[in-house]
Design a protein around this ligand. Structure first.
Ligand code: HH2
Length: 267
């Protein structure tokens, strides 16, 4: 899943795609680089971010989705917590509702069932403005798994088809470095719940907290690749990344090594 942020303030690429031409070109470049899904976001969820209203979010995302839909066969995803934005996005061709609030808005599960789209249910403790203030868990892996299982149950009860539900541990969303690492190490438990798992670790701050360098989000490629490979090894179904070409290359090499003698060049 390639990230296309049409926001002025996203943590790693805010403001880069200020006009529709730049956003479309970027999305098509990620498509050409091998992204299976393009995730369009019109509101930053970085720690401390201020909320955006629905009209503004739609003004940022709908023109891009509309322009992109006839130009790609890839699945398109709308990254939003707002039911009205998700509904409008699906109407112009989005296939997936990527919701960092796990369908937490009033009426969201019913709407997702009615739209018939896929949904990504992500775990977050608190809300973006304050979530990194003092996150606390007794057992982060167990609590995130229990939360996501409960949210999946609510989506199922509302009528969302089981095969359309994804789970995401929400790396960096109300989590310390230790929490993020426990979740990354514990991914097999989340995968074991039986839903496809999406992992979003690309360029996130925890990478800078571990290794040398990486203060600038653009300098976190090595750590992002390490996390993507760990995710793939654990069986996640997709990784949400900014650097699509490099991630596809890393995953292809990992898969070729895993295939051992069975690999045939030129695929
Ligand atoms: N992370 C971000 C945004 N949306 N969605 C899912 N499902 N999982 C994630 O980990 C996730 C997400 C944050 O990254 P980014 O979009 O690059 O930044 P910003 O929120 O500042 O726009």
């Amino acid at each position: 899943m390639g990230v296309v942020n049409v926001t002025p303030d996203s943590f790693s690429d805010g403001g880069r795609l200020a006009n529709i031409e730049a956003a479309l070109a970027h999305a098509l470049a990620l498509d050409a680089a091998g992204a299976d899904i393009l995730d369009i976001g019109g509101e930053s969820t970085r720690p401390g971010a201020e909320p955006v209203n629905a009209a503004e979010e739609m003004a940022r995302t709908l023109p891009l989705l509309t322009a992109l839909r006839p130009k790609t066969l890839r699945r398109l995803s709308i990254d939003t917590c707002k039911p009205e934005v998700a509904e409008a996005a699906v109407r112009v061709g989005a296939d997936i509702w990527n919701d960092v609030s796990a369908l937490g808005a009033p009426g969201a599960p019913d709407l997702a069932a009615r739209l018939g789209c896929e949904v990504v249910l992500m775990h977050m403790q608190g809300e973006p403005r304050t979530m990194q203030t003092s996150p606390h868990y007794d057992d982060v892996l167990a609590e995130v798994c229990a939360f996501l299982e409960a949210r999946a149950g609510i989506a199922l009860a509302a009528g969302v088809a089981r095969e359309r539900i994804w789970l995401d541990p929400g790396i960096g969303f109300g989590k310390t470095l230790e929490h993020n690492l426990a979740l990354l190490a514990g991914l097999p438990a989340l995968v074991g719940l039986g839903f496809p798992v999406l992992l979003g670790a690309s360029r996130k701050r925890f990478i800078a907290a571990i290794g040398p360098g990486g203060e600038d989000p653009g300098d976190r490629l090595g750590g992002s690749l390490a996390a993507a490979l760990a995710g793939a090894q654990a069986g996640v179904a997709a990784v949400r990344v900014h650097d699509v070409a490099q991630t596809v290359q890393a995953l292809e090499v990992q898969a070729a090594i895993a295939a051992g003698g069975g690999f045939s060049p030129g695929r």
